[in-house]
Design a protein around this ligand. Structure first.
Ligand SMILES: [Fe+2]
Length: 453
């Protein structure tokens, strides 16, 4: 166990990252490199997050409603180029043409009622990116994948991949052992359905199973072992009545109902209809790190929160409230016993933690280390099985984002006031700080997730 370290934050920077629009859009252009980039680092880091937080003089009600922007940094032979673009989604183009907000909770009430009745939402493509079969997709959990050109981030349109019904979550997980990318999507209706998809490296995407859920909920992430897909469905209820009657905003539509408990749903990949499901104590998680199968048990590493408060705290940023929105997240290891239908969860480290990732080759099997951000994005480091954290503490005028492991290095898009940089760490010497920085000379809002291709 490691004691929590208080990180002296620059208050305005958090607000900027969660609520200030991308200040410049551009195609790939040379970036300044500080230090020496490893020559072995070749490829493109794609990062996605909300890049525009309002239009026509009004703010969206929650940062999660922001229009997506992808920032890409290409590494080649010790040099780097970068591009940043707001994704011109169908809904955003429609709003720009109409010169007014049409979608979201900040649109006029008659618009919102009409949109709700017609099931129309704006697919903001604002949460993550994934590569599948050499195609690049920007993802947002309320809509279908938005295809972008990997070469120049050009908009290629929304895709259903021949199989997606309803939505496609922003957290697909690739399992090297099965050479398959798995994902899910929620479909709201008389019964809320959890659609589970398999996207193989070669061949067509298919639906593995559709599972009815207890009510309309919000589900952000899941995790895959080499044998099972695991969902922790927290006791969140989306108030359809409030959505229809337009009572309250985005924050009020989503409610914490701890009396329902968290439902654990385990889908065997080889026999997806044989679902194991049971209810345990209420808790919430945004993100999983990894999971693996150990006999009749599943070992699941994730960042656990006692309640949904973090969601509403993030919403506060657009109201100018600077707060410790991620302060309740702790790294946990859960053991699910598939026969006895039990979940036992243990906190591994007592330090604020978010955006956990593992070495790509270890996904779905036992991993040695998890990489993550700590203390309100104030540090980047690793956690081992004993819960020991090795971290680099960023200076107080900088913030980090989700670290990604690439061939012995750790890449994280970091932020300062009005500029950003990709920090490149030697993954075995994180505490020493970055060995190189690639500078972007403009403000980039916080990106949630990314991929390296
Ligand atoms: Fe996420």
């Amino acid at each position: 166990m490691v004691a929590a370290i208080k990180h002296p934050a620059t208050p305005d920077l958090a607000l900027e990252l969660w609520s200030k629009d991308l200040t410049r859009e551009h195609g790939f252009e040379p970036l300044r490199v500080e230090g020496a980039l490893p020559a072995s680092l070749r490829g493109t880091l794609y990062r996605n997050g909300p890049g525009q937080f309002g239009q026509f003089g009004a703010h969206y009600a929650h940062p999660f409603e922001g229009d997506g922007a992808v920032t890409a940094i290409r590494f080649d032979n010790g040099q780097a180029t970068g591009a940043s673009k707001i994704t011109p989604t169908t809904g955003l183009v429609e709003e720009r043409a109409a010169r007014k907000m049409i979608y979201g909770t900040s649109a006029p009430w008659h618009r919102r009622i009409a949109n709700t009745l017609r099931g129309k939402i704006k697919n903001t493509a604002n949460t993550s990116v994934v590569m599948w079969q050499h195609r690049l997709f920007a993802l947002m959990e309320g809509g279908k994948p938005t295809e972008l050109s990997p070469a120049d981030l050009g908009f290629l349109g929304e895709q259903d991949l021949g199989v997606i019904q309803g939505a496609f979550s922003a957290h697909p997980h690739y399992v090297p052992a099965t050479r398959t990318l798995y994902n899910f999507g929620l479909e709201y209706g008389r019964v809320t359905k959890l659609h589970v998809y398999a996207l193989p490296e070669v061949g067509a995407a298919r639906e593995l199973v559709a599972i009815p859920l207890a009510g309309p909920t919000m589900l952000h992430d899941f995790i895959a072992t080499e044998t099972h897909l695991v969902f922790f469905v927290s006791p969140i209820r989306i108030s359809i009545a409030r959505a229809m009657l337009q009572i309250g905003d985005f924050n009020d539509l989503i409610q914490w109902k701890p009396e329902h408990g968290t439902e654990v749903i385990c889908v065997p990949i080889a026999n997806p209809e044989k679902v194991v499901r049971f209810t345990t104590e209420p808790f919430f998680q945004w993100h999983f790190a990894n999971a693996y199968t150990r006999g009749k048990a599943l070992v699941i590493d994730y960042v656990r929160y006692p309640t949904l408060d973090t969601f509403h705290e993030i919403g506060g940023y657009v109201r100018g409230e600077d707060q410790a929105a991620l302060s309740d997240g702790r790294y946990h290891r859960a053991i699910v016993d598939l026969d006895r239908k039990t979940l036992v969860s243990e906190q591994l480290a007592d330090r604020e933690c978010e955006f956990p990732t593992v070495i790509p080759g270890e996904r779905g099997r036992e991993h040695a280390l998890t990489f993550a951000t700590f203390d309100q994005l104030g540090a980047i480091g690793s956690i081992d099985h004993a819960g020991t954290i090795t971290a680099h503490e960023l200076p107080s005028h900088q913030r980090a984002s989700e670290p990604l492991y690439v061939e012995g290095h750790l890449l994280s898009l970091c932020h300062e006031h009005d500029r950003a940089f990709v920090a490149v760490y030697d993954a075995t010497r994180i505490a020493n700080g970055p060995i190189a920085k690639v500078w972007i000379d403009h403000h980039v809002p916080l990106t949630f997730h990314g991929t390296f291709a």
